[in-house]
Design a binder for this molecule. Sequence first.
Ligand code: G1P
Length: 255
Amino acid sequence: MSCSIAVIPAAGLGTRMRPLTYYVAKELLPIGARPALDYIMQELAECEIRDAVLVSSVTKKPYFELYAKECLQTYGITCHITLQENPMGLGHAVLCAKDIVGNSQFVVALPDDILVKENATMALIEAAKEVGGSAILSQRVDWADVEKYGIIKTEDENSLLVDSFVEKPPRDKAPTNLAIIGRYCFSPLLWAKLDAGLEKKLATSDPKELDLTIPMNALINEGHNIKACEFNGIRHDTGKMAGYIHAFCELAKKN
Ligand code: G1P
């Protein structure tokens, strides 16, 4: 079960990063001397990922086309750019890459999360192999922040096999403070669950976003193994201005 392709959802408007994002795609803002996406591509290249699907909006596509040329030369990764024309949540963004990824194991990397000190993607690919299923990256967060994340309930306290997920629960409904952070390694079985989730959403005019936790729960209910791997490196959340500036200062010293 090899894994050589990644999906990078990058269609967001970057409203929290205005005014910078009026002029450049958030994912290409500089962090030190490099565009933010370079950090993800380097992480992926170290795992021998050779193809990346950038899920873009119409306006950001020209920036990613320019980036794709550099990316192939520097990291040996071919970028495929596909459009998410009508944003309906993270699960929907990933589903836009289905035809390009096809029937293979694949990584999802959320570009806001820049992870250093440990190659998280490499650990996830190994973990998914080990359980013959999928794997997600996790980190303990402050209880006050559980409502910002997908939260993980494991089978028991000592297990890292996931029992279920709950997306952005209020603090009093969160089963744990173990949060999903921005890397996943999925079996292609996810596609059918995403298709079903979208179909249901459209049929019922459900205004809620199609999250990734919905199809992941559906997989677990059918006996699919999903392992949670705890991340012990450093995570920079560059989707907000304060996190972006902090990441810039820290990583500029090193690059
Ligand atoms: C998304 C996911 C959530 C996950 C988070 C990690 O939320 O839906 O489950 O915990 O990414 O950053 P978003 O940050 O896009 O709202």
